[in-house]
Design a protein around this ligand. Structure first.
Ligand SMILES: [Zn+2]
Length: 176
């Protein structure tokens, strides 16, 4: 096993030198960490914990934990994978969500003009490998009055955007 680094690392964040960034292999379905955290062999990308997800790499500080709701989205803003918790939160099965535009399931929580574009742009940037440490405030398409912070970061291969929803214990909007 040689320590070849994955293609994901082509673009480094502005604020993090390569030495500061820790990388993490996780399952795109159940978030289980890859055994040993080495780059999996090309033929061994399927998660051994759930047998469903593909192992993906992302920044360790953004990587989802098993209880997180998260989605993997490609550069066309189409959903490629989602965690069990995301399926529950968004009330959709992964099979039905794959290849659907993420905008059908997650919408910006702020109704300000341009916020939709910002969320989409952050995803497109991350899917292109630009690691800006982006986040956005979104809500599930089927729920009003809920705001969730979405952490957005590159993951792969193949290159995609990882969207991890924080505080999915439905934080209610306080009356303003
Ligand atoms: Zn898994």
């Amino acid at each position: 096993m040689e320590g070849s680094r994955p293609a994901l690392r082509l673009v480094q964040g502005v604020n993090a030198s390569p030495a500061e960034v820790e990388w993490w292999w996780f399952c795109g379905h159940c978030a289980a960490p890859a055994p040993g955290q080495g780059a999996p062999a090309p033929g061994a990308r399927v998660c051994m914990s759930c047998g469903l997800g593909l192992l993906l790499e992302t920044r360790k500080d953004v990587a989802p934990r098993p209880k997180d709701a998260f989605l993997v989205i490609d550069s066309s803003l189409l959903i490629q994978a989602m965690s069990r918790h995301a399926q529950r939160l968004l009330d959709i099965a992964e099979e039905s969500a794959v290849n659907r535009p993420v905008g059908e399931l997650l919408v910006p929580a702020d109704a300000e003009p341009g916020s939709a574009g910002g969320f989409a742009r952050s995803i497109a940037d991350a899917a292109a490998g630009r690691d800006e440490g982006a986040s956005a405030v979104v809500r599930p398409w089927n729920t009003f009055g809920v705001r969730m912070r979405a952490r957005i970061a590159p993951c792969g291969p193949p290159r995609a955007a990882l969207v991890v929803l924080e505080d999915t214990q439905a934080r209610r909007l306080r009356a303003v």
